[in-house]
Design a protein around this ligand. Sequence first.
Ligand code: MG
Length: 173
Amino acid sequence: MTLGSEKLFAAFNQQVGNEMGASMQYISIASYFDQEGLGGLARFFYRQSEEEREHAMKFVNFIVDAGGPLRIPQIAAPRAEFGSASDAVQAALDWETEVTRQIYDLVDIAKEEKNYIAHRFLDWFVDEQFEEVTTMEELLQVVERAGDGNLLAVEEYLSREGMLPERPPEGPE
Ligand code: MG
């Protein structure tokens, strides 16, 4: 038995690609900060990248469990160049705003088709997008207030607010 229409599975497969696209975009943003010598901001975005892959996998698991065909679409190359820290964070915020719209479109399909299982599955993503957008808005505000010359203060802020992942433990020499 399949628990979704062809249209729903096509849209969910597209979202696997969108989430993987977000994951790659965040690697690109993280590497920008890494090369700027901002290890904290780099870690923040590398972790975001891992979270986006987890989002993609939630859609993969839903498709597989619901008996749909998994057809991962082609994924566009992420944006590679950023003019400043605020430019990079703005790109992340724009991305999350776009993903929020994509999730709402999926909710519309689930509602149209009275697919309550898919609808409940998507609820988690609606909450998650609220968190992602507000986090990126907060980060953008802090980066803009600090200015490009004072980004270490941004990293201190992130650390103080518990928004930075732990530094990975040093391996043996
Ligand atoms: Mg996501």
